[in-house]
Design a protein around this ligand. Structure first.
Ligand code: PRT
Ligand code: MG
Length: 228
């Protein structure tokens, strides 16, 4: 089959795969393997014209930007950090929802910190460096950002940072570590992203899929069996 007839969709396993599959299914696309039980990175679907590639959540925009995948599903947090070059973002899939928040120990100051050395800038530990920089700059606040790759909740507990910027869903992870949410930066959900060249080259196929996905997002229950 000529390559232009095949659409490749980049997805991460875990919550995005689990929550995107019902939407893809409503659009007529079913994966032939479960990425949780298979080591395959390229999954066939029951539509011979669609393949899924399974990659790290934070790599999805890069694969789509360079055209290694035509489409992808990525969290808005990941897209904000990536910057969105080379991508269209035509649809909010309304899945994997959470909030990007500033959090810290109860009673943490949000402006400056006073310690043994006097007043100093707040230190913010986060994986979301671009979002955190933008947020504090917009408030006119100078902060020191410390880049981490995970377990941000630990940073205030061991004195690495005063505050963290992280995703919060139920709030249980913060609570379990004695932290509290302090300020909401933005709401997060996953978006469909499309490579700009694919959008032109495979326009009909992509528009068709996009319309079916939009319908599935807007009418989430139409595929469910009616209660008897
Ligand atoms: O795990 P990996 O390093 O491979 O990548 P990832 O963590 O980016 O992937 P994954 O699958 O964990 O998350 C993919 C996307 O899901 C993220 O980019 C978000 O857009 C979205 N999402 C939705 C979340 C959450 N909810 C979420 N709760 N991503 C992460 N979390 C984490 C959060 O970082 C914190 O550690 O869950 C914890 C908080 O959850 P609560 O319920 O305790 O508040
Ligand atoms: Mg994770």
């Amino acid at each position: 089959m000529p390559n232009e007839e095949i659409l490749t969709i980049a997805l991460s396993k875990g919550r995005i795969f689990e929550q995107a599959m019902p939407l893809l299914q409503a659009a007529g696309i079913r994966a032939l393997d479960d990425p949780e039980h298979s080591r395959k990175l390229i999954l066939d679907t029951d539509d011979v014209r669609v393949k899924l590639v399974i990659i790290r959540a934070s790599d999805v925009p890069t694969y789509v930007q360079y055209g290694a995948a035509d489409l992808g599903v990525a969290g808005k947090d990941v897209l904000l950090e990536h910057g969105g070059d080379g991508l269209y973002e035509p649809l909010d899939l309304r899945i994997a929802r959470c909030r990007l928040m500033v959090a810290g120990k109860p009673g943490s100051g949000l402006d400056t910190c006073i310690d043994g050395q006097g007043r100093r800038r707040l230190r913010i530990a986060t994986k979301y460096v671009a979002c955190a920089e933008r947020y504090f700059a917009a408030k006119g606040q100078q902060v020191e950002i410390i880049k981490l790759y995970g377990s941000m909740e630990l940073a205030p507990l061991v004195g690495l940072a005063d505050l963290i910027v992280d995703l919060v869903e139920s709030g249980n992870t913060l609570k379990a570590n004695g932290l509290v949410p302090l300020e909401r930066i933005c709401d997060i959900s996953s978006r469909l992203v499309v490579n700009k060249a694919s959008w032109k080259m495979k326009h009909d196929h992509i528009t068709h899929l996009l319309a079916a996905l939009r319908d599935a997002v807007e009418h989430p229950d139409t595929d469910q069996p009616m209660p008897s």
